[in-house]
Design a protein around this ligand. Structure first.
Ligand code: ATP
Ligand code: XMP
Ligand code: GLN
Ligand code: MG
Length: 522
């Protein structure tokens, strides 16, 4: 597929994904790659424009400092350097960068100078003498002190006399501030000007356009082979299923595993939505007894995760064996998964939890991987789902982990505990939806605690189980805040659970952030 695209080189900026988000929001496709890609890679990638991100290093460190591949400046396409990206551009093209005595962190105002096409009419306030000012966000200790030849100063303030630089002939631009963060009021407009007006890209990155291209690509890749896909009813695998179905119809077989650890009525809903309404071929595997059997007596969280992961593989292997024409395994891998696994090569992080993943299928299966969503961010996957006609509730669901209630019933998992948990969870979710809070939190669920506490109901003593409500707000699930749900909502949920689910007489709310806690309790 040859698309018009922007190359973003990552120098280790904290919010580098935001640059990509802003470019995509402007309707332009882009990819993030590490700064140390080769010149050959850059030429073959053949972008219509390049963005150099910020980063923690200092250009003043000489040979130690990361540099952009020199080919970036030889492609004849526009280049925008942001913060470190501007500093390395200046240094690589013959300018000078120094360690500043005064550093600048946070809000700042710069005055635009000259007539840079990067800024055009952009301005959010006028100064006392009619100067055009921009409110921006800064985070730097170094600064450009002398321009490379061909550049003029296009923005300044007293702390940073070269806050932006422009070479209109070569279409090279540098900004010391961060246009990708929302604190820079005109930041989004600036990035849009760069990719659309300066790089001349037409905004062809839209979901209908993506669908047309993806459908063609899937057909070309798969040919007449059959494809199997693990369908969970979650956002990613559902959208992948519907997209692939659009491309190859009945060559796709979905396998939905009911391990007995799903949400309340989940199995019926998934089968009804995909089998009946959307007309996909879905094999419903009832593996409840096998999963429960293997989990009996097991209390250790890691052991439970490993057993569930292993049983998933067993089921897929068995089902794939029944479909001899299947040559492909489709997965709902999305862009953040790709970025995270690429980023993890430096240093070995401690394993906190073994995240279940069907990606661990044995090689003996001999299936090739089909991952049509691997270029998309989660919100793009959602937009794609809507465009493909998936029901909006399905597309905007909270994520649900593969091991499901298996890691939400703490300790030993029994069908009885799962049943109590499913009903309590359904009440919490129903109340979040009817109060309008469901879409304001990133994920919410109930956790079943294997302890009992004393209560009094109808003048009688009770000695029953406790559940915890968990609701978090997060953008990437790597860190999270507990959601500040209103007390009356919490009160209502607690009352309903205690009144409607016999066996639970106490409800608590989890007020721990991640870190130090994790989102799931196991
Ligand atoms: N019950 C299940 N039956 C079949 N496949 C499953 C099941 N649960 C998980 N999977 C597979 O594991 C993959 C990873 O699960 P994960 O929860 O990360 O993604 P998802 O369920 O598609 O989306 P979401 O993140 O919205 O929950 C799924 O894409 C799916 O292929
Ligand atoms: O598909 C999955 N398989 C898993 O094994 C798994 N474990 C945790 N999660 C989800 O990941 C996010 C972060 O969870 P934690 O803070 O608990 O690690 C949260 O969204 C969790 O629900 C999983 N998803
Ligand atoms: N945010 C950045 O890109 C910082 C660049 C460089 N490390 C500086 O402090 O100036
Ligand atoms: Mg899921």
């Amino acid at each position: 597929m040859s698309r018009q695209k922007i190359l973003i080189l990552d120098f280790g900026a904290q919010y580098v994904q935001l640059i990509a988000r802003r470019v995509r929001e402007a309707g332009v496709y882009c990819e993030l790659h590490p700064w140390d890609v080769t010149d050959q890679f850059v030429r073959e990638f053949a972008p219509q424009g390049v963005i150099l991100s910020g980063g923690p290093a200092s250009v003043t460190a000489g040979h130690e400092a990361p540099r952009a591949p020199q080919s970036v400046f030889e492609l004849g396409v526009p280049v925008l350097g942001i913060c470190y990206g501007m500093q390395t551009m200046a240094a690589q093209l013959g300018g000078q960068v120094e360690n500043a005595t005064v550093r600048e962190f946070g809000h700042a105002t710069v005055q635009t100078l000259g007539e840079s096409s990067l800024f055009g009419e952009l301005c959010d306030q006028k100064g006392p003498r009619g100067e055009s000012l921009l409110s921006v966000w800064m985070s730097h200790g170094d600064k450009v002190t002398s321009l490379p030849s061909g550049f003029f100063i296009s923005a300044a303030n007293t702390v940073t006399p070269i806050a932006a630089m422009t070479d209109e002939t070569r279409h090279f631009y540098g900004v010391q501030f961060h246009p990708e963060v929302t604190h820079t009021v005109q930041g989004k407009a600036l990035l849009t000007r760069f990719v659309r007006d300066i790089c001349g890209l037409g905004g062809d990155w839209t979901m209908p356009h993506f669908i047309t291209q993806a459908v063609q690509a899937i057909r070309a890749q798969v040919g007449t082979d059959d494809v199997i896909l693990g369908l969970s009813g979650g956002v990613d695998s559902s959208v992948a299923a519907v997209l692939i179905h659009k491309a190859i119809g009945s060559q796709l077989t979905c396998v939905f595993v009911d391990h007995g650890l799903l949400r309340y009525r989940e199995a019926e809903e998934v089968m009804a939505t995909f089998g009946q309404h959307l007309g996909l071929k879905v094999i419903h595997v009832d593996a409840r007894e096998t999963f429960m059997g293997h989990l009996a007596g097991v209390t250790d969280p890691e052991q439970k995760r490993k057993i569930i992961g292993r049983e998933f593989v067993e089921v897929f292997q068995r089902e794939a064996g029944c479909l001899p024409q299947a040559k492909w395994l489709a997965q709902g891998t999305i862009y953040p998964d790709v970025i995270e696994s690429a980023g993890s090569k430096n240093g070995k992080a401690q394993n906190i939890k073994s995240h279940h993943n069907v990606g661990g299928l044995p090689e003996t299966l001999h299936l090739k991987l089909l991952e049509p969503l691997r270029d998309l961010f989660k919100d793009e996957v959602r937009a794609l789902g809507v465009e493909l006609g998936l029901p909006s509730e399905m597309v905007h669901r909270h994520p649900f982990p593969g091991p499901g209630m298996g890691v939400r019933v703490l300790g030993e998992v029994s069908p009885h505990f799962v049943d109590l948990l499913q009903r309590a969870d359904a009440i919490f979710i129903e109340e979040l939806r009817s109060s309008g809070w469901y879409d304001q939190v990133s994920q919410a669920f109930v956790v079943f605690l294997p302890v009992r506490s004393v209560g009094v109901m109808g003048d009688g003593r009770t000695y029953e189980h406790v559940v915890a409500l968990r609701a978090v707000v997060t953008s990437d699930f790597m860190t999270a805040h507990w959601a500040e749900l209103p007390y009356d909502l919490l009160g209502k949920v607690s009352n309903r659970i205690i009144n409607e689910v016999r066996g639970i007489n106490r409800v608590v709310y989890d007020v721990s952030g991640k870190p130090p806690a994790t989102i799931e309790w196991e």
